[in-house]
Design a protein around this ligand. Sequence first.
Ligand SMILES: Cc1cc2nc3c(=O)[nH]c(=O)nc-3n(C[C@H](O)[C@H](O)[C@H](O)COP(=O)(O)O)c2cc1C
Length: 354
Amino acid sequence: MTLYETVRPALFALPAETAHNLGKQTMGIAQSSETIRRAIRYGYKFRHPMLEVERFGLTFPTPIGVAAGFDKNGEVMHCLSDLGFGFAEVGTVTPYPQPGNERPRLFRLPEDEAMINRLAFNSQGTDRVRQRMATNGTPPVPVAVNVGKMNTSNESEAIEDYRRVVDRLSEYADYFVLNVSCPNTPEEYDEQSPEHLREIFTTLEAENDEGKPLLVKVGPDSQRGDLDDLVDIVEEFAVDGIVATNTTTDHDDLTGKHRDEWGGVSGTPLESAATATVATLAELTDLPIIGVGGVDDAESAYRKIRAGACLVQAYTGFVYRGPSLAREINEGLVRLLREDGFDTIDDAIGADLD
Ligand SMILES: Cc1cc2nc3c(=O)[nH]c(=O)nc-3n(C[C@H](O)[C@H](O)[C@H](O)COP(=O)(O)O)c2cc1C
């Protein structure tokens, strides 16, 4: 039994958001001591040349990263890197601080290896995140900033929100992810409508003096036609890639006692829809795709890669599997690549596509 399996029942006895904050506080303390950091790296960090991926002009030492939402305010990036993740996505960061929805707003469904959340962009805001990144520096792995809008913003105010986050955090982000697919923020208009996306990309292209790569994050519930339209726009604006997917609104197969709580579902029940979205996108475009949704071991990470993802991310799997997740995925991917006769991750990308 691992240490995490021993402490997990105590953590899971706490409300989900309390446990999350406690976990992050522990990581924060750990990353403040160089001795502890060294011990964590020794125990968890696994590197292998077969796992290295080059995309957007950046080197990802391994293809498994932490998905947006885990480290919303850039507090534990260094610890995530020490734990062996190859990249981290901070955020969603909104231009100004906002509290998000009332608690409780995060629920675990252990029977389903899932979570439901309706946090709705609780964020300390751009200035606080910027200050933290300036003080603490960024880790030796690529760091993305996931960009969001204020919940009160209308369609045109949202454009200014995105512009402000990109402007203020350009110095510290290796790339940006535009989040227009959160299912639990108030939606007065269609965030993914072609007209709105065109306006956003026009503004961000003009703003992005440093030429930081920009990706867009999509949901798993989009129809094929919507993905077709999205890919057309993304290619028209030379957007650098797509993150697929955000959480789903589909609660049908859930069995846990919280199944009727409203919010986005993450974890195992999302896996096949997210992988199918990756595969559809990979058929539509050669742009890099970051696959996310239900990744909790090497096999599920590998399924995303074989469906067309060049990088993968996990959030819910990290909650259920604990600090050894990245190491297990990294070690397992080397084994799976060897079993299939591939030399690198690049060789396996899209192997399951016709
Ligand atoms: C509690 C929670 C908060 C999240 N917050 C964000 C967020 O702020 N921005 C975002 O783009 N995605 C957010 N996500 C979605 C994740 O980044 C990811 O797309 C989704 O959870 C699927 O991955 P998973 O099954 O590995 O959790 C959040 C997910 C969870 C569970």
